[in-house]
Write a protein that binds this ligand. Sequence first.
Ligand SMILES: *Cc1c(COP(=O)(O)O)cnc(C)c1O
Length: 431
Amino acid sequence: MKHKMFLKSKKGFFGIPKGDLHAFGGQYMPEILYPALKELEEGYYKYVLKSKEFKEELHTLYREFVGRPTPLIYAKNASKILNNEIYLKFEGLANTGAHKINNAIGQVLLAKKMGKTRIIAETGAGQHGLATSAACAKLGMECVVFMGARDIKRQFPNVFNMELLGAKVVSVESGSQTLKDAVNEALREWSKESKNTFYVLGSTLGPYPYPDIVREFQSIISKELTKQTRKFFKGNPDIMIACVGGGSNSLGFFNHYLKSQVRLIGVEAGGRGSGAGENAARMDNKNAHLGIAQGYKSLFLSDKYGNLLETYSISAGLDYAGIGPQLAHLKEIGRIEFLSALDSEALEALQFFAKTEGILAALESSHALAGALKIAKSVKNKKIIVNISGRGDKDIFITAKTLQKERWAEFLSQEIYEMQNTLTPTKGIQK
Ligand SMILES: *Cc1c(COP(=O)(O)O)cnc(C)c1O
């Protein structure tokens, strides 16, 4: 690697603009939000980076509420078939089912230290909203989650669970009524209410200092790994693989290994194919352009005028047009390689690891597993660690519909039939 690697941002940016190289990140926000971002930056330094007491409290929460450390599992059966040593870091065993709680509980604790009483968050599929709702319940904070109206309809189970955890879910009716509109609405609310309100952002993106804050909280994953691998082998693994949406699970998983020689691989959503709107792969994609959106400069899937394109993936968590600025930088300087996996490849990997290892991975994480199946064909006897960012229970509505359509439809219609019988038994008589 000939270029300087940024482990954290400098003045809010990752990378030095020079020749073909760019500086990604920044703070491209309306003026009115600068005081809130400044206060957040100060809180981040004072508590997250400098306070021993904060670190101890966070670790107690990680241990006693989140259920950390999550296990590192030697995938013995898969290893034999794939002619490599495969290990799985199982973030899916964390409370609420994915790595997102690592960041949510950290930010909510920070909010509390900063004297805030109310939390707002955006959510797309609902996973970040769910984690934030749980963190707020645990720490006794009021929680408001902004969610696109279309997403609310599509993701009823997560909306139901967020409300069960005591959060208020606000339907966003503007624009395409999806994640990016929910982000805009949360930012608007924050600019009006920043005195008492803290905005919990869900991935390593958005305006500085969020990409640094989220990476810092998620780096608990790689910190644990540096100890856990000793049980199995000396030194570092050869290859590490993670799926990439905005970048939080991958950066948290790679963080302590960025300066090592380990081969780091990110796997994006290849969706149905390479056409515009058919995937959410931003690296090596002719539709990916340098741009500025939602507060930061990075690579975005956009048309030549810079309008964000619709994206598609079977996994809601990877279905996003932008990529975190630090990942864009690490790709540009050649530190991280990127692959993509199709929906069909992710589904195949999900089934393979379910049958060989007894693990139901989330569809997002199944992309990382699909990456591992590809890489394992080209190498031999390597130590490969795959990050299983979440567990697959949440995906039943998608996986069952895709893999066993008829039986799933029969089950659902039976459910509806029984519900109608119990809910309105007198309907016919009343008329
Ligand atoms: C949200 C999510 C992702 C993608 O987000 P990153 O910020 O890239 O980690 C991946 N896996 C799971 C299980 C998720 O919920």
